[in-house]
Write a protein that binds this ligand. Structure first.
Ligand code: ADP
Ligand code: ASP
Ligand code: MG
Length: 457
């Protein structure tokens, strides 16, 4: 039995944070931990920006922009490691910097190879942070070894948002990690990064380290997957919008998946699937307050007295409405419609239908012009941009009268479109104009959470 402990970028922002992570891992040494770590805070963003700069034929500026980012790694090593180890790590950083510079020049020369080169460049963030964490653990007397995640997570060739090939991933992960665990060595892997079967570097999409942690947990059948971040678990709303949001103690897999999918950044949406399939509990903990229990996500489906567990929201949503009399009594229409989205690899979030029209929402509208062109063959197409989706989540929500009425009366002065309840028994989802989303979330939180607490006092 073992556990996976994943630490996000804010948990490894500087030397003090690395030291803190080593303490947290050390405290659970008896549970045979596998550590998964993100790049240091801001490093993925910095590397991604450098790739854009290089693609604008400015590799020299891109390379210069990364100097401080590489230096940050060296500074942590200097502060925490013995001189010889710090020196060795410094050399690794210099090698990574030289390799990244070469790749940036390649981008400038052959922009058509952008996506694979981008993945190869950003992977350095996690490679360096995991190497550094393994060294810091050793320095603290904990037997640890960095393992290249590309030897464990095997994916397809969809660069920048690759999908894991589960069977190969499980096989490779077990092969790589079990011998270390049997010898009481803590494996330390970079999250987010992976490789194709032929060894080309890929990544799992932004925030993908959570997904890596879940895949490793499922492969090793660990008894828990811990996601360590900078807040105490999943909160009743995004704390950047609702500062008084509170920790939700327990969530079902379904509830957590809906929240993650509709904007609760604390958990990558794909994280839940491998955990569900292996029935492994996922705990979200705060590395700045390690004794707080955080949120436990598991197979239990509990209904609480207030029914709602949390509110999620996401911005930058576009809706598409297709109206066609051909829909009336005809079969094959919806299939033709969805095939358009499939051909353009565009994910549809929420769908509602009436007799003669279908409305759906997209959070990535980069392929919209091509999609609209094809949809016009099926009917009249209307587009609305600048929307946000709000999703209220709770087991038992569907059977509870009055939730929708309360939502609508709380934000009665805001125009609500695209309302969806029913596909999932646990969420109620709708779109509003983006400019008013923070206000709407605050008011809903006040009505469903804060006001109740006051009544209970
Ligand atoms: P990490 O670097 O650890 O992966 P992320 O930034 O990806 O951290 O996720 C944590 C952040 O998610 C929090 O700091 C918080 O601002 C944001 N967040 C959004 N919605 C929620 C929510 N419902 N509960 C907790 N955090 C949320
Ligand atoms: N470093 C990656 C990102 O910033 C992956 C992660 O942190 O989960 O998106
Ligand atoms: Mg994250």
């Amino acid at each position: 039995m073992s556990i996976v402990m994943k630490f996000g970028g804010t948990s490894v922002a500087d030397a003090a944070a690395f030291e803190n992570v080593a303490r947290i891992v050390g405290a659970q040494r008896e549970a045979s931990p596998v550590a998964v770590v993100s790049a240091m805070n801001g490093v993925t963003d910095g590397l991604l920006t450098s790739t854009t700069t290089a693609s604008e034929r400015n590799a020299r500026e891109a390379i210069a922009s990364l100097q401080t980012l590489f230096d940050r790694h060296k500074r942590v090593a200097k502060e925490l490691l013995a001189a010889a180890e710090a020196e060795k790590f410094s050399e690794r950083v210099d090698n990574a910097a030289a390799h990244v510079s070469e790749l940036l020049r390649n981008i400038e020369e052959s922009p058509s190879e952008f996506s694979p080169l981008q993945d190869a460049i950003v992977s350095n963030g996690e490679t360096l942070s995991s190497t550094l964490l393994a060294e810091v653990l050793k320095q603290q007397g904990i037997a640890a070894r960095q393992v290249d995640a590309r030897r464990c997570i095997v994916t397809d060739e969809q660069f920048t948002s690759a999908s894991p090939l589960i069977e190969q991933t499980f096989f490779a992960t077990k092969n790589e990690l079990r011998p270390l665990l049997e010898n009481k060595i803590v494996p330390v892997l970079g999250g987010f990064i992976a490789a194709t079967a032929t060894g080309a570097t890929t990544t799992l999409g932004r925030g993908g380290s959570d997904y890596t942690a879940a895949l490793i947990g499922a492969a090793l059948e660990t008894h828990e997957i811990q996601i360590w971040t900078d807040v105490t678990g999943v909160l009743t709303a995004d704390p950047r919008v609702v500062p008084e949001a509170q920790t939700v103690e327990r969530l079902s897999y379904g509830e957590a998946a809906e929240l993650a999918y509709f904007g609760a950044k604390v958990l990558h949406p794909k994280t839940i699937q491998p955990a569900i399939e292996s029935c492994i509990p996922v705990r979200i903990c705060n590395s700045h307050a390690p004794h707080e229990r955080g949120t436990l996500v598991g197979p239990q489906t509990e209904t609480t007295p207030r029914t709602l567990k949390a509110i999620a929201h996401k911005t930058g949503v576009t809706t598409v409405q297709i109206t066609s009399a051909r829909m009336l009594g005809a079969y094959g229409f919806l299939r033709a419609l969805f095939e358009v989205f499939e051909r353009h690899r565009t994910v549809v979030d929420v769908v509602t239908t009436s007799e003669v029209s279908v409305s759906l929402s997209l959070d990535d509208d980069s392929t919209l012009p091509e999609i609209v062109e094809e949809l016009m063959k099926l009917g009249t197409v209307g587009i609305e941009k600048g929307l946000a989706i709000i999703c209220v989540v709770g087991e038992g929500l569907q059977g509870k009268p009055g939730i929708a009425a309360k939502v609508f009366s709380t934000i009665s002065d805001i125009n609500v479109t695209l309302i969806s309840q029913g596909a999932s028994r646990i969420n109620f989802t709708f779109a509003i104009e983006e400019a008013r989303v923070n206000e709407a979330v605050r008011r809903l939180h006040e009505a469903f959470f804060t006001a109740k607490d006051r009544a209970a006092d």
